[in-house]
Design a protein around this ligand. Sequence first.
Ligand SMILES: Cc1ncc(COP(=O)(O)O)c(C=O)c1O
Length: 398
Amino acid sequence: MRDQLLQHIHDLGDDDLPAYLYDLRELREHAAAIRAALPERVQLLYAAKANSDPWLLDVLQHHVDGFEVASGGELRHVQATCPGTPIAFGGPGKTPAELAGALQAGVERLHIESEQELRLLAGLLGERTVDVLLRVNLPIALGPVALAMGGEPSPFGLDPTHLDSCLALIAAAPRIRLRGIHVHLASGLDATTHVDLAGQVLSWASDWSNEKGVELTEVNLGGGMGVDYGRPDQRFDWTGYGAGLRRLLERYPGLTLRIEPGRSVSVYCGWYVTEVLDIKRSHGHVFAVLRGGTHHLRTPATKQHDQPFVIVPVDTWDRPWERPQAQGEPMTLVGQLCTPKDVLARGVQVGRLRVRDRVAFALAGAYAWNISHHDFLMHPAPHFQHLDQVPVPAGSHP
Ligand SMILES: Cc1ncc(COP(=O)(O)O)c(C=O)c1O
């Protein structure tokens, strides 16, 4: 944690907690490093679903080639926040209204998930043209991954056996321009696995396009670059990934690659900061009860991990009784919800923890606040602060 951030956490008033802190300098530097590691022929999109906080999008628009959105809501939000930035619209179950909205908005790409979508699209086009990628669920064996979304039966993308009928639908609707294919098969992949996957996808795509006489100009390799919550310092090897893609591209002149990572881009800039409300012992185990919990930061509950954290000691104690504390024993950090699932870190070794000490959870910049069940128990929402930026306007949070 950098000094400025630590100082900021110290300086937060009690009433500011819990708070999400977004370190925009960290985000800016990280995004610039990712861009620099990628070959020119790789376009970088940010998957807004990971975190569509307006200030994050504002920083990222200067480092990416566009945003990937997965709903009409995300589309409208991203367009309003970063007007003019190219948008690719993907995701299953697009409604007729969402498709019409995407055409109206002039999205740069539509990622087609099914024949039904193509049929709806053809009926909505009128005089407009649209560039599409077919999202394919390729039969590629992935091995153990954090979250598989393809390579096995799945509601995402097209089974390869349905591609011929898609090509027929496109041939009958000349205003639908097929640019290539899209593949997002899994999340949590390391760089070597991701390059290997890219090699398999490109080989399949080039064989398929040759066989079908399709001009293939673009392949979107999706997101899913891994984030190791157990070892926050071990980041995805963007340099190795970029070098691997550069080698692959030599074999495919004229092809543009696209990637659309979310988690691995924004996760590191976010911190969820709170304080210890109570320390209790129960049947020999220590529990630290924190202000807030998984209704603000659901990531550890969904991913079943211990969210990494740093303790920021607060030395003042003005109560007339002894300060509750625990030291040198494993403890479980829980929130304020009435459910045993409200666990942020389980059985972790902590030096010393006292009531009122602050706890700053790291890696809270992706799939954190925006995937949490905010209204459960009606506790107040956290505050949001953006370091290296002017305060966020009231009411502008999605
Ligand atoms: C189609 C698609 N693209 C990109 C992403 C972003 O993945 P990640 O945040 O793991 O990089 C997802 C995540 O679910 C996705 O479904």
